[in-house]
Each structure stands twice: as C-alpha cells, then as structure tokens.
Design a protein around this ligand. Structure first.
Ligand code: AMP
Ligand code: FE
Ligand code: FE
Ligand code: ZN
Length: 279
C-alpha cells in the first residue's frame, strides 16, 4: 500500500516530515509522497528519514491553479527538489500568500479579533501559513468553538475574512512540474464533478491537451462511483492512475495516512507505472 498525497508542517499539515514518514512506516506503507501546498521544503527531511528507516519517499508538491473551470489542484510527483526555476516560482507564490495573509489579519483585527502574524507562524510550525492555521488560532482564542466553524464564519470562500490568493495558470503549473522532471496529476477530481458534472470529460480533455499525465482515482472523499468514473476516464485518455489520502494530521482528524476514512487501499503498482513514465 502507498499514499501519494500528504501534507506536513512545511505547509498546513500537523506532522513534521520526519514524523509523517515514521507513521507511514508504522502503518506498513511501502511508499509515501510529500505534497505540500506551494512548497517543497519538507521533502529533504522526509527523503533522509525514508532512507534511514527503509520506506520509499516520493518527492512532490501540490499547486493551486486557475483554469477556465475554476481553481483546481495539481499534484506533482517525482519532481527534482533542486530545481531552481521551480523554487523561484514557488517563492513567488508564497510571497502572494504572505500578502494575502497580512490582509486577512487586518480584516480580522478590524472585526475586533486581535491576531498577529507571529501567533500564526508559531501555530504553523513551519514557514508557510495557510487558512488552517488561522482556523486553529481562532479556536485557541475562543473566537469560534471549532475548526469548521472558523471556516464557515470567516475563512471559506465568501467568509467574512476570506481573501483569494493569486494562483498559477494551470498550463504554467503543469509545465513547471514537467520541466522539473515530475509527473503532473489532477488532484481530487471529485471537486470537478461536483462543480460541473456535465462537462467533466471536456474539462479533463482540456487538461490532457495541456499535458496533464495522471489523475487521482483513489482519494479519501471519493465514493466507489467516483473511483469507477475516474478510472474509466483515466483509461480512455491514457492517464496514469494515482491515489492519496490528502492526510493533514490533526486538522483533518477523520483522514488517516494510507487509509483515508478507513477503507482506502492504494496498491504499489500504481507508483511503478508512474515511475516508468519518468524513466
Ligand atoms: P490556503 O492554502 O491558505 O488557501 O488554505 C487552503 C487549505 O484550507 C486547504 O488545503 C484545506 O486544508 C483547508 N480548507 C479549505 N477550505 C476549507 C473548508 N471549507 N473547510 C475546512 N478546511 C478547508
Ligand atoms: Fe491543505
Ligand atoms: Fe488539494
Ligand atoms: Zn492536498
């Protein structure tokens, strides 16, 4: 079993890269990919620990991208973690994120909710602050009683303190991953099904034309029907099949590493096919 979609403290997960790799080993996984939002900073530590304790770590990243059919996420697997061009693009994305966060803090302070960037950085346990850290801070200050209430009232799109962040055009996200030797994969495609089921095949064809090479068939929030739908689309469009849980640790307590909500079982041979593509 494997898990090709996870987040660490380098972005908005709550497990450090080292702890996550240890957990993967303890859970009996053969491989785990680190796919933090907008950063590859967690990969080096994870790769080192993976070699030490004997579990395959796949270097990765997850990019939020703009498409004609809205915001989508692209997971990049087997990327070159030394790629300077990618690092400079990611640095720019993190700068936009930082500016968005400053404005969101201002909005909350303006509503009489005193929070600071320093507090958010402490909660994040890393270099990248995201909305989950805002949510955790609002809970710890007693402003809301739950993580989900923080999103519903303040942080989700349309919430009182929500601000959009600048995203890469999807063609650039795909190109950046390919240029670094990686495989671009459409993450959690059920989101596309929910938004516009009628056009799902046309939208996937659009991404195939831009060079997407894989699709997450196995995902924590996918029903059996989703798995069948996306497996069929993958076959008909010659896409690699990937799978991951989107493990975030304690901020998504229902999602376990490798298992999702309990019954995911992602076979190692999927990673073998992905590796053959880069070989
Ligand atoms: P950001 O990258 O700062 O825009 O934050 C995005 C992250 O917030 C996602 O990766 C999820 O972990 C989390 N998130 C986004 N929307 C929601 C929501 N409605 N409820 C709970 N968590 C969410
Ligand atoms: Fe996240
Ligand atoms: Fe995502
Ligand atoms: Zn994710």
């Amino acid at each position: 079993m494997i898990d090709l979609h996870t987040h660490t403290t380098a972005s908005d997960g709550t497990f450090s890269p080292a702890k996550l790799v240890h957990l993967a080993k303890d859970e009996g996984l053969q491989a785990v990919a680190i796919t933090d939002h907008d950063t590859i900073a967690g990969n080096a530590e994870a790769l080192t620990i993976g070699r030490e304790i004997g579990i395959e770590v796949v270097p990765g990243v997850e990019i939020s991208a703009d498409s004609p059919f809205g915001s989508i996420h692209i997971v990049g697997l087997l990327i070159d973690t030394e790629d300077e061009k990618m690092e400079s693009i990611l640095t720019e994305l993190r700068e936009y994120r930082y500016k968005r966060n400053v404005k969101m803090i201002d909005l909350l302070v303006g509503m009489g909710i005193p929070i600071t960037m320093e507090e958010l950085v402490v909660i994040s346990g890393g270099d990248l602050v995201g909305r989950p850290h805002f949510a955790a801070l609002l809970v710890s200050k007693g402003v809301v009683s739950s993580y989900q209430e923080a999103f519903n009232k303040y942080l989700k799109a349309g919430g009182k303190a929500y601000l959009d962040k600048k995203r890469l055009p999807v063609n650039e996200a795909i190109l950046m991953i390919k240029n670094s030797g990686g495989i671009p994969i459409l993450a959690h495609p059920y989101v596309l099904r929910i938004k516009d089921e009628e056009n799902i095949e046309a939208n996937i064809e659009y991404l195939v034309e831009l060079g997407i090479e894989g699709i997450e068939v196995f995902y924590s929030e996918h029903s059996r029907g989703d798995e069948a739908l996306f497996a069929d689309l993958a076959r008909r469009h010659s896409l690699l099949v990937s799978g991951g849980t989107d493990f975030h640790g304690d901020v998504k307590p229902g999602v376990s590493l490798g298992r999702g909500h309990g019954n995911l079982n992602i076979p190692y041979y999927l990673l073998e096919s992905i590796k053959e593509m880069v070989a």
